[in-house]
Design a protein around this ligand. Structure first.
Ligand SMILES: C[S@@+](CC[C@H](N)C(=O)[O-])C[C@H]1O[C@@H](n2cnc3c(N)ncnc32)[C@H](O)[C@@H]1O
Length: 321
C-alpha cells in the first residue's frame, strides 16, 4: 500500500548498509565494475557510486520511467555510469556496452519499485482503481487485463496457485471466467470486487483477498520468474574471481530460485567417496550469508518495504572448470 508509506520510506534503499559492506571487498579497487541489475530509481546505485569513487557502474532496468529518474539522480557520476534498458538476464550485453567483460559486483533488488507501485495508472496496486496494466516495460507485451480476458480458466487457476500460492485459486479463476462472460474486466477495482465477492467470510481475515492474485498477475505479465532463472546464472558467470553477488528478494518464489542457484555453484562437485578433492571439483563460489539475512527490526519499523526482504550473497572463488 504505497500510498500509506511516507516519502522517506519510499525512497530508502532496502538493507543498504549491509549491501555496501558485502560488496565492498570487491569494489574498492580503482576501475572496479559493478552491475546494478535492477537500477530502479537509483537508490542503491547512488550509494555505491558515492562509497566507491573509482567505481564504474552498469545499471540495468526494463522500465523506461525508472531509467529516466535514475539517470537524473546519478548525473553527478555520469562519466562512471552506463545505463542499459534491458531485461536483467542480459548482463553480458550490458557489460559489453560499458566496454567491460566481467564484473566485480552484481546487485539485484528484485520486484517492483515504489515508483511503479506509486504511479496509480500502472495498475500494480489493488488498493487503487486503475486500468489493469502491470507491465514493468509498458512498450511491450500483454497487460494484466489481456491475461484476465484471454487465459482459459485452468491456466488462470495455475498462475494463481503457482505464483500467488493462493489456496482459493480455483474459486477465483471460476469467478473471473463467469464475470468476463458478462462484461470485460478492465480495472483493478472490478477485479478486486470479483475476488472479494468470491472469498468466503472466514478467509477474509488473512489480509486483503486480492493480494496474492495481484502478485500472481504481476509475475505472469512480466515473466519475472523465468527471467530470474536465467539472470542469476548469467550474473554468476559474469563475476570475476573475488567478485561478489548480493540479491534482495521479497517473495518466497524468487528467494527459492536465488537460494538454489547460489547453493548449486557453492558446493563441491567431487564424486562421493573420492579421497581428495581435485581442483576442478572445488566449489566455484562460497556463500557469504548463512541462510537468508533479514532487515533489522529498526529498518522494518522505519521502512515497511523491507519487512519481507531476504538477502543472500556469494563470492567467486575460482574460474569455471
Ligand atoms: C525494487 S526496484 C529497485 C530499486 C533500486 N534498488 C533503488 O534503490 O532505487 C526493482 C527494479 O527492477 C526492475 N526490474 C524488475 N524485473 C526486471 C527484469 N526482469 N529486468 C530488468 N529490470 C527489472 C523494475 O523495473 C524496478 O525498477
Amino acid at each position: 500500500m504505497a500510498r500509506l508509506m511516507n516519502d522517506a520510506a519510499i525512497h530508502t534503499p532496502v538493507m543498504l548498509e549491509r549491501t555496501l559492506e558485502l560488496l565492498a571487498p570487491a569494489l574498492r579497487r580503482d576501475g572496479a565494475v559493478a552491475v546494478d541489475a535492477t537500477l530502479g530509481m537509483g537508490g542503491h546505485a547512488e550509494a555505491l557510486l558515492r562509497a566507491f569513487p573509482g567505481l564504474r557502474l552498469v545499471g540495468i532496468d526494463r522500465d523506461p520511467d525508472a531509467i529516466e529518474i535514475a539517470v537524473r539522480r546519478l548525473a553527478f557520476a555520469a562519466g562512471r555510469l552506463t545505463v542499459v534498458r534491458a531485461v536483467y538476464d542480459e548482463i553480458a550485453r550490458a557489460l559489453g556496452e560499458a566496454g567491460a567483460d566481467r564484473a566485480g559486483g552484481v546487485l539485484f533488488d528484485l520486484g517492483v519499485s515504489s515508483l511503479q507501485l506509486d504511479r496509480v495508472e500502472r495498475g500494480f496496486a489493488y488498493a487503487q482503481d486503475a486500468p489493469l496494466d502491470m507491465r514493468m516495460d509498458r512498450t511491450t507485451g500483454p497487460t494484466a487485463a489481456d491475461v484476465i480476458a484471454e487465459y482459459p480458466e485452468a491456466r488462470l487457476r495455475r498462475i494463481f496457485e503457482e505464483y500467488g500460492e493462493e489456496r482459493l485459486a480455483p474459486r477465483y479463476a471460476r469467478a473471473i471466467v463467469r464475470e468476463r462472460g458478462a462484461a470485460p474486466i478492465r480495472t483493478s477495482a472490478q477485479l478486486v470486487r470479483i475476488i472479494s465477492e468470491a472469498t468466503p467470510a472466514a478467509a477474509r481475515r488473512t489480509g486483503h483477498p486480492a493480494k496474492r492474485v495481484f502478485q500472481a498477475l504481476r509475475i505472469e505479465v512480466n515473466g519475472e520468474l523465468e527471467a530470474l532463472e536465467r539472470a542469476v546464472p548469467a550474473a554468476l558467470d559474469a563475476l570475476e574471481v573475488g567478485g561478489r553477488i548480493v540479491v534482495l528478494a521479497y517473495q518466497s518464489l524468487e528467494d527459492r530460485i536465488v537460494k538454489r542457484e547460489l547453493a548449486a555453484r557453492s558446493r563441491s562437485t567431487a564424486p562421493a567417496g573420492l579421497p581428495v578433492e581435485l581442483p576442478e571439483h572445488r566449489p566455484e563460489f562460497r556463500l557469504l550469508t548463512r541462510g537468508a539475512e533479514l532487515a533489522s527490526e529498526g529498518e522494518r519499523a522505519r521502512n515497511p518495504r523491507s519487512a519481507p526482504v531476504r538477502l543472500r550473497a556469494a563470492e567467486r572463488l575460482r574460474e569455471a572448470a
